[in-house]
Write a protein that binds this ligand. Structure first.
Ligand code: MGD
Ligand code: MGD
Ligand code: MO
Length: 768
């Protein structure tokens, strides 16, 4: 049996985790609850006026991009363009609390390991570079120059550049990401795993094969025209709250919103806009968002969507007018085989595997076929499954049948997570770069980039655990906590010679050290970045391919912080003293970085420095939106996939891991989850009351949870409270990252290698 990961022992004694209370939340999403929570959070972080003034610059033309999610800003932003969870992200960064050298002198790393994620990050901003000393078990200050020289020595001493790995989290700006991948490729490796590998990788793989682009085809304006919006496996009320504004406008206009989600998520039921006074004062319970709300079983979406497609065909058989025959003829291939496969699929199998009835799915097909402009949105509820890629491709099939890609008001919309995760990929943060990108990069910087593909996140963990990695370097994020298989991942990181984290705040990953370890503290989004040539701004790309500038204005949390681009440039100068790239000037003037980006990616980034001056920035374009299909056949592809049999042995449940309303990935703001009615604890497992009874458990009981994967490794967590919830039978839910010890690193989505953190087969037993 695997032992509890560090932090686990005290998480239950954490003064904030008091065992918890559960009381259903009666209100709509947003509303007064949201306003109260936002203000409460500002006060809790001890920043009153400072945080409030920073908020006035969120998502404004001359301000900074909200470090929350990747949902785009409207073309003419209102004065307050942020949400409750944006407030949390901003105040978390602008906190007056500091983790200085005294803090590290006080706490050994072993003692920090015992603290919860929330305790670690809650201590505030990092202030100076630190190096781990194994003999004292403390982090101690190290000057920047010494840190860069140490890194340069390690990089130059590698027996093979592929023995170093460079992770990126999606908050990193375009400029930092571009320099970072350049440095890494000059070193000679494509080992550039990123958080996308655990996130929307499945969407990219699926869409690239089907329609020739890995990015969504819609823009924010399309939401104003759509008459039907599907929201599948996504919880926007918590994770993309500003999306509710668009959904609310659509619902008020009479557009149909169809939700597929095993859980009843409050934001998809009702919403009251906290920044609209008239609405706030009205006694009604807000706007109803979903016109149809179906609760498939966890993992049942491929079957459900295939059922909808099948019904569309049946309806077309009756009338002959439903399919867009001209579109299918001109723009697609594979339709006949797709049709044949749908006809051969029987309803009984669809019902069994989706957990939905033929009638429920037929009703969706009815709405779909009566709509002129359809958008399909999704997020982690689809991407983190073994069959994620064919499931997303089935959504593409559904839209292609009636020509809903490449016209205004319609299209596909994978809603991204981190605020610049999409931009990082555009800048070349990927372990599998295209030949065209490498050719262009090599030409612009006069070198031969490595061609061999690198490690993705899961392969990184496996390589580290096999002793194949000497240096693990992370640009942001919290690799140890966010990755699957916590115990295994910790051991893997501990086998590295050196672990390095560029971070704003102390987190779990800093406590899981290699033989040697460094923490390099950096500026955050909200802070001013001033070089010898003047104030610098960076750029980001949102979920809908809009690129715009982001400029912080707050005084940095410490005078010793460096920006991410500067950290990379100095690292490169130390590592390659006679390199031909002009790192010195690139670091002083980010316009020069953007000129180089324009040189490497001229089609999308020509006149980059001029175009970011436009209000709202500029749109990168999307070939599929223009019905240019950059696929092998030059057409969009209908794909076929059998419905997987996901039946589990008796007694096992399908556990999905989710975000609470008060967290940003591994950053936990509080132990409350307002819309789900939980407060005071995160150690819960949401279950159907009939399953609770059948397993002879009771609500409020403390249980151990064990997962069951084909690799046979035993994985277990203890002390989780059973909570009765509106969730289909056989399904359960709980929070990430507390449940990550249960996710097998060996269970990944076919084709995208994304860990299957939304489908964990588990059994429960009463905790002793
Ligand atoms: N405030 C806040 N904002 C965030 C984040 C955050 O942690 N906090 N994280 C950011 C990041 S990186 C990301 S990727 C996004 C994540 O955004 P989401 O994908 O919305 O995040 P999750 O909490 O993982 O929620 C997944 C949703 O899918 C549903 N679901 C799970 N399994 C299935 C299934 O099999 N089928 C269907 N149909 N539904 C399913 C769950 O019930 C849940 O509603 O949010 C981003 N924005
Ligand atoms: N079981 C399970 N596991 C999951 C998921 C799930 O749904 N279930 N979701 C997956 C998904 S979608 C994602 S995206 C990953 C997230 O994985 P990561 O992106 O690696 O994790 P985060 O928690 O977002 O990273 C938080 C840390 O980023 C640092 N940080 C914040 N702002 C900045 C900045 O401006 N610069 C720098 N350098 N550092 C900064 C802070 O130190 C903070 O502690 O987790 C994945 N893991
Ligand atoms: Mo994500």
């Amino acid at each position: 049996m695997s032992e509890s990961p560090p932090g686990e022992q005290t998480a239950s004694h954490d003064q904030q985790d008091d065992g918890g209370r559960v009381k259903p939340y009666p209100g709509p999403a947003g509303g007064w609850g949201s306003l109260k929570a936002g203000i409460g959070h500002i006060l809790n972080q001890g920043g009153t006026l400072a945080a409030a003034s920073a908020l006035l610059r969120v998502n404004q033309p001359n301000g900074f991009d909200c470090p929350g999610c990747a949902w785009p800003e409207p073309t003419t932003p209102g004065m307050l363009e942020f949400c409750e969870n944006g407030i949390k992200a901003v105040t978390w960064e602008t906190t007056p609390k500091r983790v200085g050298r005294d803090f590290f002198a006080q706490h050994t790393v072993s003692s920090l390991q015992q603290q919860s994620d929330r305790w670690l990050e809650g201590h505030g901003r990092l202030t100076e570079p630190m190096r781990y000393h194994r003999d004292t078990d403390h982090y101690e200050p190290i000057p920047w120059e010494a840190a860069f020289n140490l890194l340069a020595d390690r990089f130059n001493a590698l027996s093979n550049p592929n023995r170093a790995v460079f992770y990126t989290s999606g908050r990193t700006s375009n400029e930092a990401a571009f320099l970072y991948q350049l440095f890494v490729r000059k070193l000679g490796t494509n080992n550039l795993p990123d958080c996308s590998n655990m996130c929307h990788e499945s969407s990219g793989v699926a869409m690239t094969e089907s329609i020739g682009t890995g990015k969504g085809t819609v823009t924010i304006q399309d939401f104003e025209l759509a008459d039907c919006i599907l929201v599948i496996g996504q919880n926007p009320g918590t994770n993309h709250p500003r999306m509710l504004t668009e959904l609310q406008k659509a619902a008020k206009r009479g557009a149909k919103i169809i939700t597929l989600n095993p859980l009843k998520e409050r934001g998809l039921e009702r919403f009251k806009h906290p920044q609209h006074p008239a609405e706030m004062l009205s006694p009604t319970g807000g706007t109803a968002i979903s016109s149809t709300y179906l609760q498939p079983v966890v993992g049942g979406d491929l079957a459900a969507i295939k059922g909808i497609c099948k019904r569309v065909i049946e309806m077309n058989d009756d009338t002959g007018t439903i399919l867009d025959r001209d579109f299918i003829e001109e723009h697609t291939t594979g339709f006949d085989a797709f049709l044949e496969d749908l006809r051969a699929t029987d309803w009984q199998q669809i019902e069994q595997q989706s957990g939905l009835s033929q009638q429920q799915l037929s009703e969706v097909a009815e709405i779909y076929t009566h709509s002129k402009r359809v958008i399909a949105c999704w997020a982690m509820g689809l991407t983190q499954h073994k069959h994620a890629v064919p499931t997303i491709q089935m959504i593409v099939n559904l839209l292609l049948m009636c020509g809903h890609i490449g016209k205004n008001g319609a299209g596909i919309c994978p809603v991204r997570g981190h605020s610049n995760v999409q931009g990082d990929r555009t800048m070349g943060i990927t372990e599998k770069p295209s030949t065209a990108f490498l050719d262009s990069l090599g030409k612009a910087f006069n070198f031969k980039p490595p061609r061999e593909p690198g490690y993705n996140t899961v392969e990184t963990i496996q390589a580290m655990s096999q002793g194949k990695v000497d240096v693990f370097f992370a640009m942001g994020g919290n690799f140890a906590a966010a990755s699957p298989d916590t115990v295994h991942t910790y051991q893997a990181l501990q086998r590295c010679g050196l672990t390095v984290h560029v971070s704003t705040k102390l987190n779990r990953s800093h406590t899981i050290v290699g033989q040697d370890a460094l923490i390099l503290p950096c500026l955050g989004r909200t802070e001013s970045d001033i070089s010898s040539t003047g104030p610098q701004s960076v750029t980001v790309e949102d979920s809908m391919s809009q690129v715009h500038a982001s400029s912080g204005s707050r005084k940095p949390a410490s005078p010793l912080l460096l920006s991410e681009p500067v950290i990379v440039a100095r690292l490169a100068r130390a590592t390659f003293p006679s390199d031909t790239a002009d790192w010195d000037n690139l670091e002083k003037n980010y316009n020069l970085i953007r000129d180089k980006i324009a040189e490497v990616l001229p089609e999308q980034f020509h006149d980059f420095n001029d175009r970011i001056k436009l209000p709202g920035g500029f749109y990168l374009g999307n070939p599929a939106r223009d019905r240019q299909w950059e696929t092998a056949t030059g057409k969009a592809l209908f794909t076929i996939a059998p419905i997987p049999d996901l039946t589990l042995p008796a007694g096992q449940l399908r556990l999905m891991t989710l975000r609470s309303h008060d967290q940003y990935n591994t950053t936990v703001y509080s132990n409350n989850d307002r819309y789900r009615g939980v407060s005071g604890t995160r150690k819960v497992i949401f279950m159907n009351q009939d399953d609770i009874a059948e397993l002879k458990l009771h609500d409020g009981q403390s249980v151990s949870i064990e997962s069951h994967f084909a690799d046979g490794v035993q994985r277990c967590v203890a002390g989780f409270r059973v909570v009765t919830y509106d969730i289909p039978r056989g399904c359960a839910a709980g929070y990430f990252p507390e449940l990550n010890p249960l996710v097998s690193v060996n269970s990944t989505a076919v084709g995208s290698h994304t860990p299957t953190s939304k489908f964990i087969p588990v059994t429960l037993s009463p905790s002793s």
